[in-house]
Design a protein around this ligand. Structure first.
Ligand code: ADP
Ligand code: ASP
Ligand code: MG
Length: 466
């Protein structure tokens, strides 16, 4: 059994769906195949924008709804002859009408809860899968649409629901093991025990593929996208970036957690547990070998390269808390973390100088102001008594993360990294190194984004052919 996942980048239009179907047909010749699909390109963003517009009661709702409808209908018309079009268009039309009704409800009450947003977003994957199944069947592939909500069980954290693995694995086996033909499953979507629609977080279709793969004990999970594999850096920023032939699961997790959008960070978790390799492939260039992600001890790596890859997260803010009054007070950090946790604010990076004079906390900018207000409230007594100094929110920052198993035990790595950045005139605001020594992360000003990535790439990864 193989699981093949295709992202929105592979599903831009009819041509994309045709290419995807060709790849599925080829795979289904030798193996049993389950297919996980994302929404068509740009559709999830459009759905979010539709829901926001409905909430605000602003104009443009109709046009945007029409654009979504047209994207799917046009694909059908470009793919199928008149005889097959009607039966493909019918389920799409029904779903689009249902979506319009949901949006009308949002418009009436002027509110789109996280729960409703998940329902709205789920239409993207459900539409693309319905469309693909119609086309695959017309091409003679026995494709069967499977509702992800019947097999991916989650809690009620709408927007990034947590998966109940044991329950989901049982449902996946029950539903898919006896199925003949190619199961086509919407990615990104799940449901609670009560059947309420949830989503797994942006980019979550990769994660769905891995959950399905683990549930079925697949021999491989293939993630098909629009680049030749995981690259040594974001190719849009570093033109010299090259494909990494093999990565350990830990490296892949760190790269994706720190911003390499090509794969969702959770994807590795179910696959590692069941020892299933993940292969990243390019649907626009299927002949390229891609990137293999597997257990560290099973992969061959280029021993000559000191690092494996570089990633970055934009939209970062930080707060630096300083003051002699923190010294030796047990529980000071715990209070800060507890206060932020109560507000549901996520700390992405922490660093404490050994002098205990400063604690630096790094947030996503969207949560920065709330974090600042929370810290001001929690630390009001210390601020009042001047045990700590007033602190501010620094904005327009970026986390850069340098990742690689080879860094482990290589002396002088950090020195070389920060000397190179120093020569390029880049100021480092905070540094954190994981104790695994697989990752050095630091915060810089956003304006230095491209310069920093290119400098590091040139220092450690130059000389490799693209
Ligand atoms: P999909 O729609 O297939 O899920 P995504 O847009 O989510 O595709 O991810 C693929 C994109 O990720 C690539 O087109 C590329 O621009 C971007 N990307 C960022 N960092 C990397 C990286 N290190 N390696 C490969 N691609 C990357
Ligand atoms: N369609 C969803 C998104 O855009 C999930 C995915 O593409 O993986 O985030
Ligand atoms: Mg993606």
């Amino acid at each position: 059994m193989k699981v093949l996942k295709f992202g929105g980048s592979s599903l831009a239009n009819g041509e994309g769906i045709k290419a995807v179907t060709g790849i599925v047909a080829e795979a289904a010749r030798d193996d049993r195949v389950a297919v996980v699909l994302s929404a068509m390109k740009g559709v999830t963003d459009r759905l979010i924008s539709l829901a926001r517009k409905a909430e605000e009661g602003s104009d443009g709702l109709k046009d945007e709804m029409e654009a979504i409808r047209a994207q799917h209908f046009d694909a059908v018309r470009s793919l199928l002859g008149p005889a097959d079009q009607a039966s493909a268009l019918m389920p799409l039309a029904i779903m689009c009408n249902e979506l319009e009704e949901v949006l009308h409800g949002v418009e009436l009450i002027r509110e789109c809860s996280a729960r409703t947003m998940d329902l709205v977003m789920s239409f993207g994957e459900r539409l693309s899968c319905s469309l693909a199944v119609s086309y695959m069947c017309a091409r003679g592939i026995a494709a069967v649409l499977v509702d992800a909500r019947e097999i991916v069980r989650t809690d009620e954290r709408f927007g990034s629901a947590a998966v109940d693995f044991p329950k989901s694995y049982t449902l996946i086996r029950e539903k898919l093991e006896g199925l003949t033909g190619v199961a086509v499953i919407p990615g990104f979507v799940g449901a609670t025990a009560k059947g309420v629609t949830t989503t797994l977080g942006r980019n979550g279709s990769d994660y769905t593929a891995s959950i399905i793969g683990a549930g079925l004990d697949a021999k491989v999970i293939e993630i098909w996208t629009d680049v030749d594999g995981v690259l040594s850096a974001d190719p849009r920023i570093v033109p010299d970036a090259f494909v990494i032939p093999a990565l350990s699961s830990e490296e892949a997790m760190e790269l994706s957690y720190f911003g390499a959008k090509v794969i969702h960070p959770y994807t590795m978790v179910p696959a590692v547990e069941r020892n299933i390799p993940i292969l990243i492939k390019n649907s626009l260039n299927p002949a390229a070998p891609g990137t293999l992600i597997a257990a560290a001890e099973t992969i061959k790596r280029d021993g000559a390269l000191p690092i494996t890859g570089i990633a970055s997260i934009e939209g970062i803010s930080l707060v630096n808390i300083e003051g002699g009054g923190m010294m030796g007070i047990p529980g000071f950090a715990a209070r800060i973390f507890a206060a932020l946790a109560r507000e549901g604010i996520n700390i992405i990076m922490i660093s404490q100088a050994s002098s205990e004079h400063t604690i630096c906390l790094v947030f996503r900018t969207a949560e920065g102001e709330r974090a600042l207000a929370t810290l001001n409230r929690e630390l009001a007594p210390e601020l009042h008594s001047r045990r700590i100094e007033r602190f501010e929110l620094m904005q327009e920052l970026l986390i850069v993360s340098v990742i690689g198993e080879n860094m482990h035990g290589t002396p002088g790595m950090a020195g070389r990294l920060f000397s190179a950045l120093g020569r390029a005139g880049i100021n480092i605001l905070v540094i954190a190194q994981g104790s695994s020594e697989r990752n050095i992360s630091f915060v810089i000003e956003a304006k230095n984004h491209a310069l920093a990535l290119r400098t590091i790439h040139a220092e450690f990864l130059s000389g490799r052919r693209k």
